[in-house]
Design a protein around this ligand. Structure first.
Ligand code: SF4
Length: 459
């Protein structure tokens, strides 16, 4: 049994937790923090002196691996000074490297794969009592027994599924996160309702491929059913999800979104490439024309919908002509924003074995050209919104300038503005005054005095 932080536990030391990668990892880190606090440890920014240091890792791209390997060097020095420190590496890179990680870095005590993160407290205690160093990287064993433990008081993440059965040829996720496993509908609904009751007015539903949700449940369900089941949850002002897959995005899901007033007018819809042959080689399951048709149907059903995307350039075999088709599709789709990457071969995936890898300078050249195009589109779309008053859910003081607050519109756009007092977790209306590729600087018009003062207003 895990200790629970609800029990009053005397503080027995400190922990340092560093998270890399996606929102799924951030969600896991909320659970890790909760478990560590349940052991009586207090959060600390001091990596060197923390009694337990945990790295929640990502391996989606080569530079994500390298960042973690690089940090291990620091801990060689720290452990020389503080030999009782426990160093744990968990998550995707731990799953991928397993025993190798322990062999390569003698300063690491514990390697826990994606299916074993829940064993952290038990394994830390074993290391502390001198039982040795451990690797746990099972191939399966996910459970949904731990509920979301959000660190923010107004916004929460809820996993609806783990793993993925799509096996895109560039992606390592199915190898490190396993096969699709969906959380039962009733469990998701009760978790979301509980969070909303506790004041979390925004919930982000998480899954590697949310549109494949429910295929493995008995009785079978789907993502449209889930969105319907969440309609009308008291106190839930904003509902978001990530990541969907274009090939699984049914008309029923679009209709369920349109019918749910909490559903935000923003979808992150990964395109990956605009050329049909490249999409086929990536094993994505749709064509460029099908993607554009889906985007048009979504925009038709949900007024003001913002679309963001992921794009990979320089996938093996991609010709200049095929890359130009990606640029054409980006011009037609007019995404509000995009995460853009040069292809990075992941050992163990089919893409890494393709013989026709594109040289790095060519991949980077394509990436820069794509970024230039997308930035100009983002600026154009943001310019259209200047002067409007947007509903912003305030996330807290800006990290770069403490005199400013930062928040997001329903469309997911970032807005900075000046304000006095603590507005964190409140809705504010902000006039959009200056635009950038990333969002806006605006002027505060009015704000709630207590969470929930306002009924929903369109962004
Ligand atoms: S659908 Fe997403 S998570 Fe699944 S293999 Fe493809 S890119 Fe990876």
């Amino acid at each position: 049994m895990l200790a629970t932080p609800e029990t009053t536990v005397p503080r027995l030391g400190s922990y340092y937790l560093q998270t890399y990668g996606c929102q799924m990892n951030q969600y896991d880190s909320e659970l890790l923090a909760w478990m560590l606090e349940g052991m009586g440890l207090a959060a600390s920014d001091d990596a060197e002196r923390a009694d337990v240091a945990v790295f929640n890792t990502c391996c989606i791209r080569d530079n994500a691996d390298q960042k973690v390997y690089g940090r291990m060097g620091d801990f060689k020095r720290y452990k020389a000074q503080h030999p009782r420190q426990v160093l744990a590496v968990v998550g995707c890179l731990a799953q991928k490297d397993g025993e190798d990680f322990l062999n390569r870095f003698p300063q690491v005590d514990l390697v826990l794969g994606t299916h074993n993160v829940r064993e952290l407290p038990e394994m830390v205690l074993k290391v502390q009592s001198g039982e040795g160093r451990f690797v746990r990287a099972e191939k399966q064993g996910d459970t949904f027994d731990l509920l979301a433990r959000p660190t923010r008081r107004f916004s929460a993440m809820v996993t609806i599924s783990m793993g993925c059965d799509q096996w895109c040829t560039f992606c390592i996720v199915p190898y490190v996160r396993g096969r699709l496993k969906s959380k039962p509908v009733l469990q998701v609904v009760s978790e979301v309702r509980r969070l909303a009751r506790e004041g979390h007015r925004e919930v982000l539903l998480l899954g590697q491929n949310v549109n494949d949700y429910g295929r493995d449940l008995e009785p079978r369900s789907d993502f449209a059913d889930l969105i319907d089941a969440l309609r009308g949850a008291p106190g839930l002002d904003r509902l978001r999800f990530t990541s969907p897959h274009p090939a699984y995005f049914t008309q029923r899901v679009i209709e369920a979104m349109a019918a749910n007033p909490a559903m935000c007018e923003h979808v992150h819809l990964p395109l990956q490439a605009g050329d049909d042959q490249v999409l086929k080689r990536m094993k994505r399951g749709y064509t460029g024309a099908e993607f554009l048709d889906l985007a048009a149907r979504m925009r038709g059903a949900i007024p003001g919908l913002a679309l963001s995307t992921d794009i990979i350039v320089g996938f093996p075999g991609e010709t200049e002509e095929q890359f130009q088709r990606t640029l054409d599709l980006v011009r037609q789709a007019r995404f509000d924003s995009a995460f853009m990457f040069a292809y990075s071969p992941r050992p163990g995936t089919p893409g890494a074995l393709f013989k026709d890898q594109i040289p790095e300078d060519e991949r980077l050249d394509r990436l820069y050209r794509l970024i230039e195009l997308q930035n100009s589109i983002s600026m154009e779309l943001n310019a259209i919104r200047l002067g409007r008053v947007a509903e912003v859910l305030v996330e807290g003081p800006s990290k770069k300038d403490a005199s400013r607050y930062t928040g997001r519109t329903r469309c997911g756009r970032l807005v900075h503005f000046e304000a006095e007092g603590d507005l964190t977790g409140l809705m504010a209306r902000v006039r959009l005054e200056q635009h950038f590729t990333w969002g806006f600087v605006g002027e505060l018009q009015e704000h709630e005095t207590r969470p929930g003062d306002w009924s929903r207003a369109a962004a």
